[in-house]
Design a protein around this ligand. Sequence first.
Ligand code: CO
Length: 135
Amino acid sequence: MFERIDHVGIAVSELDPALDLYSSRFDCEVVHREVLEHQSVEAAVLAAGEDRLELLAPLAAGTALTRFLDRRGPSVHHVAYAVADIDAAIAVLRERGVEMIDDVARPGIDGSRVAFVHPKSSLGVLTELVEHPER
Ligand code: CO
């Protein structure tokens, strides 16, 4: 099901200082930045060699991400895995009794489709499935 780790998601309260830190200290370049209006989140994708980090900052109070930051502070938020067919992956996981946050894929960053597995069903780790658009 999982083809590879797609990215690691890191929650931050403010995007710009976090991006400055990653670029000045770790030489990580921003390869994509996007506001996800419907989720009240701004996200930036950083390159770590071939691999990717996703920094997420909330744009509004009262979202799941602000509650996460209130509880935990800036920290690792989720691990994302690439899947070839997200609809099939969701169906298989539901059949296997996995609790999904998203029973239907929703739009993710950069034209992707994403769905989250409930951390209850993945040993406390918020787990994201990502299907990238065909290029
Ligand atoms: Co993600």
